[in-house]
Each structure stands twice: as structure tokens, then as C-alpha cells.
Design a protein around this ligand. Structure first.
Ligand SMILES: [Ca+2]
Length: 99
């Protein structure tokens, strides 16, 4: 998924991958949304360009929701996950072209 997308994983355990695709002319793309994240068994994969350092990912709470920021910019909203996400849910992995 990418900016503005909404993802729903269904009943099984999922690994959600977020790709920060840049849309030309879109300076403030809407964050992606995950509607049914299961903190007991799911994770959020944040690929990054291995040519540079891993970006600074952080978790904030906004009402009932959790918001993952990357380098300070809100990128992914996890509905209903306010206060339930930890850094263990974020997996930063070098991006492999072609995936
Ligand atoms: Ca699921």
C-alpha cells in the first residue's frame, strides 16, 4: 500500500508493507490507512532505501487511532490502535527493487 490507500487484512495474520511512493505535485499525500490491524500477531513493514540510513519511524496516538510517522510526517493510520502499538510492530527493512 502507499499514500492514500486503505488496507484491510482480513482474519488471517498479515504483514502490511508500506511503500512511500512519491506522487509528483502532491506535497501532502494522505496517509495510508489500515482498518483491522491485529497487534497480537501482525506487523507493519517499512521498507527504506538501503543506500541511506533507516528513516526515523515513530508511533503517535491520535484519539482512538495510532499514527506511524516517518521522519516526522504522518504516513500510516491504524484505526482503533491508539496506545496499542509498540516499536516491535514496526519492521524496518532495506527495500529490494522489484518487489
Ligand atoms: Ca489480518
Amino acid at each position: 500500500m502507499g499514500p492514500g490507500d486503505t488496507a484491510e487484512g482480513g482474519d488471517q495474520a498479515d504483514s502490511f508493507a508500506y511503500l512511500d511512493a512519491t506522487v509528483p505535485g502532491d506535497d501532502m499525500p494522505a496517509p495510508a490507512e489500515i482498518t483491522d490491524f491485529d497487534p497480537a500477531r501482525e506487523e507493519l513493514v517499512l521498507p527504506y532505501d538501503p543506500a541511506g540510513p533507516a528513516p526515523d519511524a515513530a508511533i503517535e496516538t491520535a484519539g482512538d487511532d495510532a499514527v506511524v510517522t516517518i521522519d516526522g510526517t504522518p504516513k500510516i493510520v491504524l484505526r482503533g490502535m491508539g496506545g496499542q502499538l509498540t516499536a516491535d510492530h514496526l519492521v524496518q527493512a532495506p527495500f529490494v527493487p522489484g518487489l
